[in-house]
Design a protein around this ligand. Structure first.
Ligand code: AHR
Length: 497
């Protein structure tokens, strides 16, 4: 099969906001306890932070991390997680029906972020709580000194304010499963009033309002319109969440789900812009895809879990090779929307539907999905060029015309290097793939790598998976010609003028 991507020098989609390579740590399962925090573990530092995990996270180059939930935040009292550890209460977490010891809290999270070189995306509880708790929290985190909560922070060891810039106004408040679930009008008013109060304390913050927790929610569309109608002036970003699974073991259809993500993002952009037009507003609402991933492998196990355990094994999906291909396609789709998608969080980061897993009695390891994410977060910097991809298509039970090849090209800020990411979704046929130079001149291929040759259901517990060189390329006058292996993730870097 033949396919191509043409680099369009003069029609950029937009500058990449690197916060789209964010991730997520929730107090859920073993994300925190025995994940990032395990005092007494051989690799733990003086704070109990696992260095083996920090080292892997630093390879992922994650610039922003959402915390502390997720569904967890909708029943969370932030005050439980500060002050002397032996005085912190042990609570029932109603969202996941586990026991929360609060031994890792706000100060520990902020200290740990320094080690992984990331900024916080902090969520406030708009489920069981509201304006009062949120305004107190931001006084605690962002007010310099001389007030009740800012002085409490200083007494607890942080003289300087944390200056948290990005705030999520609750989590998935459209979902009936959410503790304190609300209808769109009630949520819109609460989000508006909460953000208003928080901005009185610190007017430099930016806020993310809850959009739909999935494209399939019955309230999708009307939820976004109503919330933005009410809270437009107080909202900077609208969230969207999306997880996919291959429950039916239909890989061609599974790999096609990036088209669903594309529709979801386009739909939310259209709704934001419709409200903008109706309000005659000069302000544009951008998007935060602050939960996305594959999630289904652990569902059966989790349905049988005993309640009220401390950090049980939950949502511990073991990812296989086909999951990595879809994650790669989702990243490409996100880059196609670089003009409006400004933040995103791979959900989650450690142990819970995560690229990084830990053994509480052993080491940490990278799942299959680690590799495409690492390559895009490290190399996908600069401006996305309009993707002109030519590919044959296939049909599935959900999608009529799925291109076999997904691709995107990014030009770095210096304008001298183009990076191309591509997935070949054909399970049995290689692609004779051309990266056409368009109005660029191609000087040299500096990277030609592939993640290929593994079984679709192959996993990486033993750490055998590797990115490999793809030596099949040659540089010609019209561009680079290369063979993409069946079922493959591919990255190329080219010196351009
Ligand atoms: O990421 C796991 C859960 O998925 C989050 O807690 C929730 O927001 C979503 O439903």
């Amino acid at each position: 099969m033949k396919s191509s991507i043409t680099l369009d020098k003069y029609a950029p989609v937009g500058q990449i906001d690197e916060r789209i390579y964010g991730s997520f740590i929730e107090h859920l399962g073993r994300a925190v306890y025995t994940g990032i925090y395990q005092p007494g573990h051989p690799s733990a530092d003086e704070n109990g932070f696992r260095q083996d995990v920090i080292d892997l996270i630093n390879q992922l180059n994650v610039p922003i991390i959402r915390y502390p939930g997720g569904n967890f935040v909708s029943g969370f009292n932030w005050e439980d997680s500060i002050g002397p550890k032996d005085a912190r209460p042990r609570r029932l977490d109603l969202a996941w029906q586990t026991s929360e010891t609060n031994q890792f809290g706000l100060h520990e999270f902020m200290q740990w972020l320094d080690k992984v070189h990331a900024a916080p995306m902090m969520a406030v509880n708009l489920g069981t709580r509201g304006i009062d708790a949120a305004r107190n929290l931001i006084e605690y985190t962002n007010f310099p000194k001389g007030s009740y909560y800012s002085d409490m922070r200083r007494k607890n060891g942080a003289e300087a304010p944390f200056n948290i810039k990005t705030w999520c106004l609750g989590n998935e408040m459209d979902g009936p499963w959410q503790i304190g679930h609300k209808d769109a009008v009630a949520y819109g008013k609460l989000a508006d009033e909460t953000a208003h109060a928080m901005r009185i304390v610190d007017d430099t913050i930016e806020t993310v309002a809850c959009g739909s927790s999935a494209l399939t929610m019955p309230t999708f569309g009307s939820w976004e319109s109503t919330v933005l109608d009410i809270a437009y002036d107080q909202v900077d970003y609208l969230s969207l969440h999306r997880y996919y699974g291959n429950q039916d073991n239909d890989t061609p259809n599974f790999l096609a789900q990036s088209l669903d993500l594309d529709d979801f993002i386009s739909g939310v952009v259209a709704i934001c812009d419709a409200i903008k037009a109706r309000k005659h507003s000069k302000k544009t609402i951008n998007l935060s895809l602050d939960e996305w991933n594959v999630w289904y492998h652990s569902n059966d196990h989790d349905a049988q879990d005993a309640k009220w355990q401390e950090h049980p094994h939950k949502l511990e999906d073991i990812y296989n090779f086909e999951d990595a291909l879809l994650v790669g396609s989702m990243l490409i789709t996100m880059l196609h929307h670089a003009d409006r998608l400004k933040m995103a969080c791979l959900a989650q980061l450690v142990n819970v539907i995560a690229p990084i897993m830990t053994d509480e009695n052993g080491g940490a390891w990278a799942q299959s999905i680690f590799y495409p994410f690492m390559q895009v977060s490290t190399l996908g910097k600069g401006t996305v060029l309009t993707p002109i991809v030519k590919s044959e298509t296939y049909g599935t039970k959900e999608f009529a015309a799925v291109p076999y090849v997904d691709g995107v090209a990014v030009l770095n800020d210096a304008g001298d290097t183009a990076t191309v990411f591509a997935v070949n979704k054909s399970l049995d046929t290689p692609q004779e793939f051309t990266i056409a130079a368009g109005d660029f001149q191609f000087d040299q291929v500096t990277l030609s790598s592939q993640f290929a040759g593994y079984g679709l259901k192959e996993t990486n517990e033993d750490g055998h998976m590797r990115l490999a060189d793809n030596t099949s390329y040659y540089l010609a006058d019209d561009g680079v010609h290369v063979t993409l292996a069946p079922a493959s993730w591919n990255v190329f870097q080219i010196k351009v003028q």
